[in-house]
Structure formats: structure tokens, C-alpha cells
Write a protein that binds this ligand. Structure first.
Ligand SMILES: C[S@@+](CC[C@H](N)C(=O)[O-])C[C@H]1O[C@@H](n2cnc3c(N)ncnc32)[C@H](O)[C@@H]1O
Length: 341
């Protein structure tokens, strides 16, 4: 017979109070792990088994999945609907490393499947291709098109895919997960067919402003500067400019390297209507992005207490909502072709 779960007497005390805080138990800092999925609960968020100062510090819960899907829509708008920059022709095998929810690979499907996904995605764009998405965490939808599958894999380890296998390998917003870009790009190149393409798309961890409205004490800038500091501390240097990324592709031996940068306004402050709409979506994204990137990173790497880390995130949200501060981030996209030799 299953043991009865006893109720903590502290939980029974003060029945008029609905908050666990009155029990002396702070749910948001409890560290629990389930033997089945190895999830870790901390900061009121769910992280996966690889959570740790030298591993991956972003949550993997429903809130994060919503954020990733929203950010996909924003990035798609920023790149004017283009899912990739590489000039692909009839690819047969496509790999998305650090696929997250898999939205780049399969889009967002309605529960009752229609023929089309709700957003642009690779499996629909290339129905003849096999699309594989890999991630540390199995947070992808179970509803996948016939030409797509997801695998749990740590891309920092030696790759087990056959050499010369994929026509296209893609990684987007995966920078926080890797400290050795040389190894990552080499593995990618090795597993790409000669003449195939590798593409990386990353957001620069730097607050930018062109009209002097970002003071040194701007809370958004403070957040981003702290994030940079933390990443540098664990030797995961944030991507600062397109040239660094381009050089990494060049050093790995790619050719026909193509680069593209786009600005992502933080808030609907631009005159341009398309960018204004994107800026409004970014504001929505700000509601969750600071916490996702900041809380665990600041507490685990910079030694802050959780309240301080949360306060920095909240201040950054408030600052992002201020129409008098005209900040933007920059997305860097680089792709290169594996030589035919
Ligand atoms: C910020 S999310 C981006 C997700 C997706 N690429 C997108 O653009 O929507 C980064 C993802 O990379 C995954 N990741 C981080 N380190 C990884 C690693 N070493 N191997 C595989 N996936 C990794 C994380 O689990 C997370 O889902």
C-alpha cells in the first residue's frame, strides 16, 4: 500500500493564509530533483539535469518554452521571414543544434493538426528533407511532422554523427551553452557534406544606443553588463561583433562566408513601423528574458542573493518599458560552406 503523505503541521497553521511563505518554506529556492527527468527546481523555475555553474544556467519550463517561441517569431520578423541565410538548394539532411522547443525546425503546430504550422519552419519549408533537432533537454513537442525528429544530446561532447552527413547544420542562441567554439564549429564542419552549409545566429550581449539616451546607470545596461561579466568569468565570452564570428568560421576552414547583422529595438521606439512592431514584441519578451538569463547566472556565478538578482531583472524590465531610453541589441548571423575538397 502506498504511504500516506502527511501534511506538515506548519502548512495547517494559519489556514486563512494561502501562501507557503507563511510556513517558513520558500518554494522558489527549494532544490529538488526527480529521478525520472532529473529536473531541478530553483528560483521558482524548472531547470534540467545539466543545470550548474559550468553547464547551462537557463530554465527549461513552460514559461521558458513560451519565451523561446515568442523570440523565434521576433527573430523571424527581424530577418524578414528568412529562417536561414545559407543558400540552400534541395537539402536532404538538416540538423538544428540546441533546438530548444524545436520551433525553428517544426514551427508551432495547433493541437489539432492542420496541414500547416502556425509559424515559418524548416520541416515545412523543405518537406523532402529530414530535419533533426538536438538539445540537452526533451522540451520539444510530441507532435512532429513526418520528416522531423528530436534527440537529446550534449553538443559539447564528441559528435557521433557520421562524417559528411548533413547538408545544413544550424545553431541559434546557443552561445550560453558552449565555451569552445572552435570544437563546436569543427564538429559541425566534420558532419557536413562537402559543399554543405553551417550557420550560427547569436544575439550580442551588449546594450547599444545611438542617441545618448542610455546613461551608465540605465538598468537594462546594468543587467547586460553583469551578464557579460558572468559569462566572461566562466570563459563563455559573449559574441561582441560579427568579425569575431566570421573569423571563427574562417579559422575552421569554411569558405564563401556570409554575414548579416540586424538590430533588435528594445521597445516600440523606432519611427519605422515594421521595427516598431518588432520593438513591441521585444517588450513582451522582456517580461521573461531577463529572469531567464539573469537569476541563476547572477546567483551562481556572481554570488548575488536571489532577491538582488531578481531586483536587477525587474529594474531592467522597468527600464525597457521606458519610452525615453532607446536601446537595441544586435543579432549576428554567419554562415559558411564546407569546401568540396
Ligand atoms: C536559448 S535556447 C535557444 C533555442 C533555439 N535554438 C531557439 O533559437 O529557439 C538555447 C538552447 O540550447 C540548449 N543547449 C545549451 N547547451 C547545449 C549543449 N551543450 N548541447 C545541446 N543543447 C544545448 C539549451 O538546452 C536550450 O534549449
Amino acid at each position: 500500500m502506498t504511504d500516506i503523505l502527511e501534511v506538515d503541521p506548519e502548512v495547517r497553521r494559519n489556514p486563512d493564509d494561502e501562501d507557503y511563505a507563511s510556513t517558513g518554506y520558500d518554494t522558489s529556492i527549494a532544490s529538488l530533483s526527480s529521478s525520472v527527468h532529473e529536473y531541478i527546481f530553483e528560483n521558482g523555475r524548472r531547470y534540467h539535469a545539466y543545470y550548474g555553474p559550468d553547464q547551462y544556467l537557463m530554465p527549461q519550463d513552460e514559461k521558458e518554452k513560451d519565451r523561446l517561441d515568442l523570440h523565434h517569431e521576433i527573430i523571424l520578423q527581424l530577418f524578414e521571414g528568412q529562417l536561414h541565410q545559407a543558400p540552400l538548394q534541395n537539402p536532404h539532411r538538416i540538423l538544428d543544434v540546441g533546438t530548444g522547443t524545436g520551433i525553428w525546425a517544426i514551427g508551432r503546430y495547433p493541437i489539432l493538426r492542420t496541414k500547416r504550422a502556425l509559424s515559418g519552419n524548416m520541416a515545412d519549408k523543405f518537406p523532402e528533407a529530414e530535419v533533426i533537432g538536438t538539445d540537452l533537454s526533451p522540451i520539444q513537442s510530441g507532435w512532429v511532422p513526418a520528416n522531423c525528429r528530436f534527440e537529446v544530446d550534449d553538443a559539447t561532447l564528441d559528435w557521433t554523427y557520421t562524417d559528411n552527413h548533413f547538408d545544413f547544420i544550424h545553431g541559434r542562441s546557443v552561445g550560453q551553452g558552449f565555451d569552445d567554439w572552435g570544437k563546436l564549429l569543427s564538429e559541425m564542419k566534420c558532419c557536413t557534406v562537402p559543399g554543405g552549409w553551417v550557420e550560427i545566429c547569436e544575439c550580442g550581449i551588449r546594450a547599444n544606443c545611438d542617441d545618448g539616451t542610455m546613461a551608465d546607470n540605465n538598468a537594462c545596461k546594468i543587467f547586460i553588463d553583469l551578464l557579460r561579466q558572468a559569462l566572461i568569468k566562466i570563459k563563455r565570452p559573449p559574441i561582441d561583433d560579427i568579425e569575431t564570428l566570421r573569423q571563427r568560421f574562417e579559422a575552421t576552414g569554411f569558405e564563401d562566408i556570409r554575414i548579416k547583422t540586424v538590430k533588435e529595438p528594445i521597445g516600440p521606439w523606432t519611427r519605422d513601423e515594421r521595427m516598431k512592431k518588432i520593438g513591441a514584441m521585444v517588450l513582451l519578451h522582456c517580461e521573461s528574458v531577463y529572469e531567464a538569463y539573469g537569476v541563476a547566472t547572477f546567483t551562481k556565478l556572481l554570488g548575488m542573493d536571489r532577491d538582488e538578482a531578481k531586483r536587477i531583472c525587474e529594474n531592467a524590465i522597468a527600464s525597457s518599458r521606458n519610452k525615453n531610453y532607446h536601446l537595441y541589441s544586435i543579432f549576428y548571423n554567419v554562415c559558411g560552406r564546407k569546401p568540396l575538397e
